[in-house]
Design a protein around this ligand. Structure first.
Ligand code: ADP
Ligand code: TMP
Ligand code: ASP
Length: 237
């Protein structure tokens, strides 16, 4: 497999074509962004930490029967993935109220959500990823009702696998965002799962151990990611 030209440089990862038209290389950079790119900083080791974390989680999800784009880790900071036709809709499941939900509905952070909620957001930084619904996604052609149903079912299936995995490490999976795409017509989980795109709290102290440390200027961002990884069994390069 040969890495070829850069296809896209996102806020945290760069995407490269390869000699195989079905495969891409994801390069996890140290760049960290918050508030849809309004705040950017480089955090040492972050690319390596998220690449290893994501590889570990994607392998767990694949073992649980979830179709993912992940093929293999190529280096400390790069992974080989299937090239997906990305669906511009972000799927969020919340087990506990936090973040934008608290602001939007005026509920108390930390309130348990029974059952967990499912939300859709449009992937659009300029508009700050506005909340959408299935009807809008269908009307604008972002995804079909069948694709949305599949994305929702898979996002909840991920919850069952990961809630348990993090609980065994003494962590609460508060919420998370997933991105899906199409590979030969099938819905496949893409992008990454790392503490950049989810909220994880220590189950006893409720200390934040995810990107909220960066958003809220709490410090110790990468140290917290590494501690989460250590607790669930991730091996860092
Ligand atoms: P952003 O685009 O939000 O700034 P990143 O910096 O993480 O995010 O860039 C990675 C980009 O690659 C994202 O736009 C994501 O949707 C896209 N992507 C992730 N996985 C795949 C894949 N398997 N195939 C094609 N594109 C992908
Ligand atoms: P929110 O509370 O800001 O809506 O985010 C819910 C969860 O989804 C949180 O874990 C962060 C994640 N998320 C992203 O990583 N990127 C996004 O663009 C969005 C909308 C959410
Ligand atoms: N994922 C978005 C960004 O990277 C939003 C956020 O994390 O605050 O800017």
């Amino acid at each position: 497999m040969e890495k070829r030209q850069e296809l896209y440089a996102g806020k945290a990862k760069s995407v490269y074509t390869t000699d195989d038209p079905d495969l891409l290389v994801l390069h996890f950079r140290d760049d960290t962004s918050a508030f849809d790119g309004e705040r950017m900083e480089s955090l040492a080791r972050k690319g390596m930490v998220n690449n290893c974390f994501n590889a570990f989680i994607m392998e767990k999800l694949a073992a649980a029967g979830i179709p993912t784009h992940f093929e293999r880790r190529l280096s400390d900071v790069e992974s080989l993935v299937k090239k997906l036709d990305m669906i511009p809709v972000e799927c969020v499941v919340r087990n506990i109220a936090a973040g934008s939900l608290v602001k939007r509905l005026g509920v108390t952070e930390g309130e348990e959500l029974t059952p967990p909620t499912f939300e859709l957001f449009l992937k659009n930084d300029a508009l700050h990823d506005p909340m959408i619904n299935e009807s809008l996604a269908e009307s604008f052609g972002w995804a079909t009702p069948e694709q949305l149903a599949e994305m929702k079912a898979l996002t909840f299936k991920v919850n069952e696998v990961l809630k348990q995995l993090f609980a065994e490490g003494g962590l609460l999976l508060v919420d998370y965002k997933l991105e899906f795409g199409l590979f030969k017509g099938e819905i496949v989980l893409g992008d990454e799962f790392s503490p950049d795109g989810c909220r994880l709290w220590d189950a006893k102290t409720r200390d934040k151990m995810d990107k909220d440390r960066f958003r809220q200027g709490l410090g110790g961002v990468i140290e917290a990611y590494e501690e989460v990884g250590r607790r669930i069994g991730v091996t860092f390069a």
